[in-house]
Design a protein around this ligand. Structure first.
Ligand SMILES: Cc1cc2nc3c(=O)[nH]c(=O)nc-3n(C[C@H](O)[C@H](O)[C@H](O)COP(=O)(O)OP(=O)(O)OC[C@H]3O[C@@H](n4cnc5c(N)ncnc54)[C@H](O)[C@@H]3O)c2cc1C
Length: 436
């Protein structure tokens, strides 16, 4: 029976679902040895470093990942970076197939004047900062002012805004990074304004994220009822309305009508505003927006009117792009591919393939499709030792057993504080926990 060696680069959801699809495709005549490489000492990708700490249920998908990792044909090689410790070219020589599941971690830029002022950050910096990603512990976040602006109208923008608008005591029982929790407790931010460029009907919030806003106990949430009703009229006039969109607008209307508690913490969601310029001397002080309108053909046009918001912190959450690798083509922020195929024996899945869209589950069907294609293109299996031939003999790999030690240690540290875990943020400390 032929055993093919497949290496998956990136231990996020797309990587694990690729491994699962390979495991599920095994038959009496076909088997796989799966090696998964991860640059961090810890796996799970954005389930660890992206998903908001106040949404712990979402993170339970990690149980599925751990089940996949327990299969005898799976090996984890964490603390190994492709492009630095080993090249794609080398992997393609040693494996029958290479699957890139490296995600997209670079925040898209707005490209407007003042965007690089201090305290104007990207969600690609702010999110991993509060989620204890070891590369982002030093991000300078100043929460001393009272107003923050979040640019973007998707779930990432909503997560970021919620993290800033929640009472920090609500984050105490979560796995928010300790350094971030300390800062959030000292935060003076009381008003967080989300600004979307298009209308309420174009926002890419999902209904569960919107419905969750009604559960916030210490923050009042504001949508402009008039703006939501106008959007509802526009979509009804345009023809059949998709269920998801109808639900979203209904959720926004419910929140707009919901009685406010009169608390100091406010989360305001506004639409039809394009950021034109950020101003400030030495740090961000103001964002100037152009006011847009929705035309009859659903196009967004500028009204040439502007308004400005005084603020001390801006987070832009307008999407992500892939980090480039030597020898891998990139187009529009994604790895160039056709149905997941990049080149001979090189495939891509997840956000690196599709761009930053969809929920965690979207990566499952996507990975299964790419695995079908990969299997259909397999030739004679290679006879090599895979990664072991490629890494320097003194390279400190964190394998599945090492990761389980880190995991157990973090969970144990969290227990006395009623937290699911306290994440270690120091790279070297993580490696030494994995070694212990
Ligand atoms: C802030 C935020 C919140 C989210 N919240 C939710 C939510 O609540 N619910 C939901 O369903 N979805 C959520 N998502 C979406 C979800 O996280 C993604 O769909 C999913 O993580 C994409 O999986 P991926 O494997 O493609 O990428 P990732 O999860 O980014 O995984 C990529 C992995 O590749 C590794 N890697 C990168 N480069 C290299 C390299 N050179 N060598 C080795 N390894 C490398 C990275 O370290 C990372 O571990 C959220 C996303 C973000 C950004």
């Amino acid at each position: 029976m032929p055993t093919y060696k497949v290496v998956i680069v990136g231990a996020g959801p797309a990587g694990y679902f690729t491994a699962q699809a390979l495991q599920n495709s095994q038959t009496d005549d076909l088997s796989f040895q799966i090696d998964m490489i991860e640059r961090l000492p810890t796996p799970w990708g954005l389930v660890r470093s992206g998903v908001a700490p106040d949404h712990p249920k979402i993170k339970t998908v990690s149980k599925v990942f751990e089940k996949i990792a327990k299969e005898p044909n799976f090996r984890l090689f964490a603390n190994v970076e492709v492009g630095k410790d080993v090249s794609i070219k080398e992997l393609r020589e040693k494996y029958d197939a290479v699957v890139l599941s490296t995600g997209s971690a670079i925040g898209r830029k707005l490209g407007i004047p003042g965007e690089d002022l201090p305290n104007s950050l990207s969600a690609a910096q702010f999110v991993p900062w509060y989620n204890a990603h070891p590369d982002y512990t030093e991000v300078e976040v100043d929460l001393s002012g009272d107003t923050a602006v979040v640019i973007g109208a998707g779930n990432v923008a909503m997560d970021v805004a919620r993290m800033l608008a929640l009472d920090p005591t609500e984050l105490d029982p979560t796995d928010t990074a300790t350094h971030a929790l300390v800062k959030l407790h000292q935060s003076n931010i009381r008003t967080v304004i989300i600004c979307g460029r298009r209308g309420p009907e174009h926002a890419s919030f999902t209904s569960p994220e919107l419905r969750d806003l009604l559960k916030l106990e210490k923050t009042d949430v504001y949508f402009d009822l008039n703006e939501i009703e106008k959007a509802q009229v526009r979509v009804e006039a345009a023809g059949e309305v998709e269920r998801e969109l109808r639900n979203n607008l209904e959720a926004m209307r419910l929140i707009a009508e919901h009685e406010k508690k009169g608390v100091a913490r406010k989360l305001v969601i506004t639409f039809l505003a394009t950021p034109l310029e950020m101003k400030g001397s030495g740090k961000i002080e103001e964002v100037v927006f152009g006011i847009n309108q929705v035309e009859a053909d659903d196009k967004i046009t500028s009204t040439n009117k502007t308004f400005s918001v005084k603020c001390s912190l801006v987070i832009s959450a307008i999407g992500y792009e892939v980090r480039e690798f030597a020898g891998v083509p990139v187009e529009n922020g994604r790895i160039t591919n056709i149905g997941g195929k990049v080149e001979h024996n090189l495939y891509v899945v997840g956000w690196a393939k599709r761009g930053p869209n969809g929920v965690i589950g979207t990566n499952k069907s996507d990975a299964a499709d790419v695995v079908d294609l990969l299997i259909s293109e397999l030739k004679e299996p290679k006879n090599t030792n895979g990664l072991s031939d490629l890494l320097k003999s003194n390279h400190e790999v964190i394998d599945q057993a090492g990761w389980e030690k880190i995991n157990a240690s973090e969970i144990l540290s969290g227990e006395p504080h009623g937290k699911p875990r306290i994440k270690e943020v120091d790279w070297k400390a993580l490696v030494s926990l994995g070694r212990a």
